[in-house]
Design a protein around this ligand. Sequence first.
Ligand code: SAM
Ligand code: SF4
Length: 459
Amino acid sequence: MAKTFYIETFGCQMNAHDSEKVIGTLQHEGYTQVTDEDSADLVLYNTCSIRDKAEQKVFHRLNEYKRLQGEGKRFGVLGCVAQQEGEKIFEKAPFVSLVSGSASYRNLPEMLRRLEAGEHRITGLDDRQTDETFDTEFTARSNPHRGYITITEGCDKFCSYCVVPYTRGKERSRTSESVLTEARRMADAGFTDIQLLGQNVNSYCDPLGKMNFAEILAAVGEISGIRRVRFTTSHPRHFTKQIVDAIDAVPALCDHIHLPVQSGSSAVLRAMQREYTREWYLERISWIKSAKRDISMTTDIIVGFPGETDADFEETVTLCGEVGYDGVFAFKYSPRPNTPAVSMPETVSEEVKSQRLQVLLDRQREIQRDLYSRHEGKVIEVMVEGFNQQRGQIIGRTSQNKTLNFTTAQPVLPQIGSYVPVRVTKSLPNSLVGEQAGDAEVPAAVLKQAQPVGLVVLQ
Ligand code: SAM
Ligand code: SF4
């Protein structure tokens, strides 16, 4: 009998990629994905609990699913809220039959069989101390050109504000062999852009003891057919000069590093249990700035952490100017259950948090307006991502992870997934605008990188 499932995913790239693996596993178990909950036999909800009353939102959404109970459907809650709330979910939403955190996904086939046998309260909540990772060859990748590979799972850092160590379990790495086999298989299947994932991707520790993070990064970048390799998220504690050297040495490694700082104040960093100071962080930034390539930097920042004073906040604003980030993901501090910071008195009101966030974003916009202009007049290679019919533009992504929207005088539009040289004609604070360049205008460095698979794939 045909079995169908519907899955809804919230949260970070790790969650999005977890869902690709869950989907692949379900398909291997004979399920077919459908695009709405009404026509599904099994409804799954992959949740995130990093900020903002996430659990309330989950229960609200489950409440909406309630209308579907009694139709023979089964419901499952996956991800961080599932791990955090555990069996409480069965009490609040009795029609849910499966609750599983990400550390238990490798047991999904068995959990599905129990579900099909009619069991009502199946949990995957006790695997947070496991050394095993969710290695599966059944991954349903949603993009045929760009794909993710999780190389580390979980986190042992216990930053004082963060739920991840409690929801995703202890930090563990896949073997370099398994990672490289997956990367080669993806290259053979036509993927050219790979993103290595992990909550702390650069604390990668090969269980075979063969490779450190910089080495596996370079090894993936050297696979024939792979033209772009990104990685996220790096922790400053594990950021080495060797990573910068690898980017300089291997053209396929993208010239972009996301290095979350969280705060520019050493006092706040201490309270956050980040285990580095402003100066220590800035030293890593100086390594990046001294690279031969123009490496773009982005970061995450939390404003309004308990105890953050105006002077602390000002240090965050000045740090942004000093580093010169091409992008900042800034969040208002949100107290999370089970974390040490939840018992620290909140000294910054919601209003002040909002004001600080706005000040930071305004300042950052000015910084980006300045920084993005450095690309004007240059020819940059983009990967074609799509088309904006309304504006008559082709949407491209640069190696620095910037959006470059462009037009072309070519008679045929470039294919999605192809690589095209574009001359930048205008810069905005968050994107670039350009025109497709002739092959003769392509800089030598881009040509060198492009040779293995041909430079421009025009249909
Ligand atoms: N492992 C990464 C690191 O150490 O930078 C971050 C992973 S976390 C999923 C993504 C971002 O969410 C963090 O960098 C942080 O800025 C933000 N974040 C985490 N917990 C938060 C909280 N309680 N309140 C506000 N932002 C938070
Ligand atoms: Fe959370 Fe800190 Fe781990 Fe990042 S390093 S996932 S912020 S605990």
